[in-house]
Design a binder for this molecule. Sequence first.
Ligand code: F6R
Length: 241
Amino acid sequence: EIVIVPDARAAGELIAAAITDLLTDKPDALLGVATGSTPLPIYQALAERVRDGRLDAAEARICQLDEYVGLPAGHPESYRSVVLREVVEPLGLTEDSFLGPDGNASDIAAAATAYDRALAEAGGVDLQLLGIGTDGHIGFNEPCSSLSSRTRIKTLTRQTREDNARFFDSLDEVPHHVITQGIGTILEARHLVLLATGEAKAEAVALAVEGPLSAVVPASALQLHPHATVVVDEAAASRLK
Ligand code: F6R
């Protein structure tokens, strides 16, 4: 399902409404969150709903999609810090309701496997929010990632490091490695909601939605999922046929 909305604010409202419906049906739903710029309007809309009483998120559980490897604990740009700041705290939740992979583990491979297990033990992800990279990545499954991959360590492409350099003082500070849910892991969520806004995402969105299923465009894996919703603003929809 593709939903075209006028702008990022409308997208945030629409997805926050869907999350509100989910939490009304299942108050302790496990909500998978993405980081980066795109989902921020969703988190702002959710926080507003909590503030004005339209959403009771007190029992919600939150889990991370990916994490940088090797950023010091508490670094403001670690995805744990970002999710705590942008989602967990504004929704009035605590770290107890939060699951994420350990990017500082001495054994990263074991931490990745442990994260997949933790997600399964938590009952699986009910709704996974996704962004999309300009190169078509979801999570940090860069082009040519296996469509059945599990959570594991990945090397970021130069393009993704450059795209993310805006969050750091310089490109050199952007980590080279991440732990990311695999495409196979992501596909296990019961509902996938991918949001893309802005002209820079238009090509990746068109390839993901209208192109062939291919590991070259990891987001095309959404075509395999029985309940995937792609929400785009007019600019990100501009290359759709
Ligand atoms: C972040 C993530 C990435 C981003 C993507 C788009 O947790 O998994 O796939 O969603 O890089 O980033 P933005 O939204 O900053 O353009």
